[in-house]
Design a protein around this ligand. Structure first.
Ligand code: ATP
Length: 192
């Protein structure tokens, strides 16, 4: 799956609708300090479901909505859309947040749950910790990671992480079912 386009509107410093095309080879974003280069990466993290405010350099959820300046009023919503190409298919993933706190995720035009987006991404190697985004200082971490953490990273990149998640969910359901069974046995015992 390859990222092809990023569309940003009302997110952080991007007051105007902005479309960035990602080339087949290398795309470099250049600009003076504070011009919004890192905000592009924040936008990608955000649309992929980032929940940590620290990771997207914000204090509160609504901080990502363009807060206005002397020339422009604040935006009412932040919207980011990524267009991926996956084996000839076009996949669009979008996230929208209004100033009143209303939020939604959109997959190929349909409103979906964050879980649906995460599952799709995990199947394609964008795990919970998407190593497709290498932040500053992360290379050092990878070089000095333990064999166990390295294996986890490789499994996530290879798209195996989703099965670990599914196994965890299944084991939780199994635990709950076993508890229910124990309860039913108690009731049967009392009835007898
Ligand atoms: P550097 O080269 O110094 O790392 P940069 O080009 O990566 O800079 P960013 O860190 O992406 O720049 O952008 C920071 C700018 O984004 C700041 O000027 C900040 O005021 C602005 N900014 C952040 N959030 C918002 C927001 N919600 N509304 C408007 N502007 C915002």
């Amino acid at each position: 799956m390859k990222l092809r386009e990023i569309f940003i509107k009302g997110f952080k410093s991007f007051a105007d609708p902005t479309r960035l095309e990602i080339s087949e080879k290398v795309t470099v974003v250049v600009g003076p300090n504070g011009s919004g280069k890192s905000n592009v990466v924040d936008a990608i993290r955000w649309v992929l479901g980032e929940q940590s405010m620290k990771e997207i350099r914000a204090q509160e959820r609504e901080d990502v909505v363009f807060w206005g300046n002397e020339k422009r009023p604040p935006a009412q919503t932040a919207y980011v859309e990524l267009v991926f190409e996956d084996e000839g298919n076009r996949i669009t993933v979008a996230r929208e947040l209004s100033r009143d706190g209303t939020s939604r995720y959109i997959l190929n035009g349909d409103v979906v749950r964050l879980k649906d987006i995460k599952e799709l991404l995990m199947q394609r190697g964008f795990g919970k910790n998407p190593y497709s985004i290498i932040g500053q200082g992360q290379i050092d971490k990878i070089v000095s990671a333990s064999p166990e953490s390295l294996r986890m990273m490789i499994e996530e990149i290879a798209g195996i992480g989703i099965y670990r998640e599914k196994k965890k969910e299944a084991l939780q359901k199994l635990d709950a079912t076993q508890l229910n069974l124990a309860r039913i046995s108690d009731i049967l015992f009392e009835v007898d």
